[in-house]
Design a protein around this ligand. Sequence first.
Ligand code: SF4
Ligand code: SF4
Length: 304
Amino acid sequence: MKELVVISGKGGTGKTSLVASLAALAGGAVLADCDVDAADLHLVVEPTVVRRGSFSGGFRARIMPGHCIACGKCEELCRFEAITYDGPGNGRAAKTFRVDPIACEGCGVCAWFCAEKAIEFAPADNGRWFVSETRFGPMVHAELGIAEENSGKLVSLVRTEAKKVAAARGRELVIIDGSPGIGCPVIASITGADLVLVVTEPTLSGLHDLERVTRLTGHFGMATLVCVNKWDLNAELAAQIEARAGELGAQTVGRVRYDAAVTEAMIHKQALVEYTEAGAAMDVKRVWSNVRDRLDRLSPFTVL
Ligand code: SF4
Ligand code: SF4
C-alpha cells in the first residue's frame, strides 16, 4: 500500500480540487481528508457516512460549583487566564469560579492543586471522524469542534483509519488531502508517507511557500513532486518556481493552466476531470500520469 499526500504552502492553491480529480483518475484509491481545519473535499465527493467515531485530543477542566469554596487558588495558578470568578453561587459562597472551555489548554494544574477536589479533569470532546463511501472509493474524513485545536492528532487518526480501510479492502493507494502550511497538522499529514505532491501557484508567496514546504519534506527525506497550478497567470514565476523546486530536490510533474471550468466543476459538485475533458482537465491527467509513474517506480504496483 502506498500513501500519496497532496499539500500546499497555504490554502486556496487548488489542492483539494486537484485531489478530487486524482481520486477520480486513480479509481479505487482510499481518500483521506487530512485538511481537518478546513475540510472541504466532501463538498465534491459527497460522502455517505457508514461509520463514525469521536475524537479527543486532550483534557479539559470543569469546576463543579457545588464543591467550590471560592478560594481562588485555581484562578491564581492558571497561566492561560481560563478561570474567572463568575460561576454560580452555592451554600458557602455567593459566587464560585468557572473554567472557560475555549481558553482552557488542559494542563491540569488547577485540578491538581484544588484542595476541595472541586475540579473535574476529563478527556475533551474535540471532534468527530467518519468512514464514508464515495463514488471514487472509501473516504476517511473528520470535523473539529468549533474553536478546537489538536488537529495534528486528528490528522494522524484519519491517516491510520484510512490505512486500515485500505488494508481491509485490498486497496493499494491512499490519497491524502493534506493540511496546508508547515505546522503540526501538515507534519502529521506527511510523516511516513511514500510520496508528497506540492501544489503551488505562480506568485511570490507561492514561491516562498514552496521553498518552506519543500525544505520541510526534504527535512523528512521524502520524495517530493511539484505542480504549478494556474501557471499561465505568470509564466515567468511558474518557471522560477519549477527551477527552485529542482534546486531543492523536488521533481516537477506538470503545470495546470487557469481554467474557469475548475470553479464550474465545483459548483456542479464534480471533479474537474468528470466535468470536462478539455483545458485544465488535460493538464491534470498529465500530472496524474507522471505521479503514477513515480509511484510505480517507488515500488511496482498497479493502481486499481
Ligand atoms: S481551587 Fe477549587 S475550591 Fe478553590 S476556587 Fe478553584 S475550584 Fe474552587
Ligand atoms: S487545566 Fe490548566 S488551562 Fe485549564 S483551567 Fe486548569 S489551569 Fe487553566
